[in-house]
Write a protein that binds this ligand. Structure first.
Ligand SMILES: Nc1ncnc2c1ncn2[C@@H]1O[C@H](COP(=O)(O)OP(=O)(O)O)[C@@H](O)[C@H]1O
Ligand SMILES: [Mg+2]
Length: 334
């Protein structure tokens, strides 16, 4: 690679990558935050960077969006060199991060019009774009309300709508659903899916939730202490993680014993009187377990379905549980 090259190296016949990076490193003082990150993200896809608090997700986003500079490594975003063509990169990307761009004192519409101004849209075009986006994000009814009155979910939607004013080709979403209630989270997932389906944009998102990465991403990379410790499709990743299971609790040791005889491959725990039965978490699988209990007339006290989560991923890939101080509340709350 020559020092003057500003466009991304593209292999013949390959889909143009939206983001490529090699050997990105970043330290703050003695602390190494990113320790050699390589990325290759195809255009029109969703890429999820999955990792616990402090893994280096935001730092990666900050580098790729030109907010901070890497100590080493190179990257291209939308075909433009990150540092040699930083302005060109900025003009093709959108970012919504931990610090929202929403101005609390302005109404939803005013926030959007402000963005339209920043993007030099003329007044009429700006108004039209704001109206379109308000409709698209189901915010038309609150267009005239100040953002300070908004719920967490509405604020995130407005933030994303503001990002879209400039028609970005690559959108960075740093933990887009952290702190949202489950319903707002699902709405945000739908919006993200529609963005890719309708606009063909590329999405780089960070998340602490395996389920979110699984729901949205074409490819997932797992970030741990500044290194990518696994990369692949959700299915590829899940094949490396021990499957989920159904946990059934019984009233006494004898019933547990009987049940253990029915489910051959289950693991039993005498202390908690539970049986852990491997399961993909699907409805047919759950039904099979319930049917087996019913036909043999074995009484269960309780039953829970456990699907693999980030803790399982880390336990498998690193052999270590996530450090306790990095475990976020699985539901979040706002
Ligand atoms: N400006 C900074 N100065 C010093 N340390 C930082 C700075 N930004 C991030 N860090 C440290 O880098 C590590 C990774 O942070 P971050 O990228 O924010 O992780 P994540 O977004 O995955 O939670 C953390 O240990 C954090 O304290
Ligand atoms: Mg972060």
């Amino acid at each position: 690679m020559t020092a003057t090259r500003t466009s991304a190296p593209i292999a013949a016949n390959a889909t143009a990558p939206a983001i490529t990076a090699t050997g990105l490193r970043k330290s703050y003082g003695d602390k190494r935050v990113l320790d050699g990150i390589d990325l290759n993200i195809a255009e029109g896809t969703v890429f999820a960077l999955l990792g616990p608090n402090g893994a280096g997700k935001t730092t990666t986003v900050e580098i790729l969006t030109t907010l901070i500079e890497a100590d080493a490594g190179e990257a291209w975003v939308a075909g433009r060199h990150l540092t040699r063509a930083a302005d060109a990169v900025r003009s093709t990307i959108g970012v919504t991060g931990q610090f929202s761009a929403v101005d609390n004192l302005l109404t939803a519409e005013e926030n959007l019009l402000l963005m339209a101004d920043l993007h030099h849209l003329d007044r009429r075009e700006g108004k039209r774009r704001a109206k379109d986006l308000l409709r698209r994000f189901d915010l038309s009814e609150v267009a005239g309300k100040t953002a300070v009155t908004f719920s967490g979910g509405m604020r995130r939607k407005l933030d994303l709508a503001m990002t879209l004013v400039g028609h970005p080709r690559v959108i960075f979403l740093d933990e887009p659903t952290t702190g949202l209630d489950p319903r707002s989270r699902r709405t945000m997932w739908e919006i993200i899916r529609d963005l890719v389906a309708d606009d063909g944009v590329t999405i780089f998102l960070t998340t602490q939730y395996l389920e979110e990465a699984d729901q949205l991403a074409d490819r997932i990379a797992v970030l741990d202490h500044g290194r990518l410790i696994a990369e692949g499709t959700a299915d590829e990743l899940k094949q490396r993680i021990p499957g989920g299971h159904i946990r059934v609790r019984f009233a006494d040791a004898q019933t547990l014993d009987t049940a253990a005889g029915i489910f051959g491959i289950a693991t039993r725990d005498e202390d908690s009187l539970t049986l852990q039965i491997p399961s993909d978490g699907s409805l047919p699988n759950l039904r099979a377990v319930l049917d087996a209990l019913e036909t043999t007339a074995v009484q269960a006290e309780s039953l829970t379905v456990h699907t693999p989560d980030l803790d399982d991923v880390f336990l498998t890939l690193t052999g270590q549980p996530r450090p306790a101080d990095t475990v976020a509340s699985p539901k979040g709350n706002v």
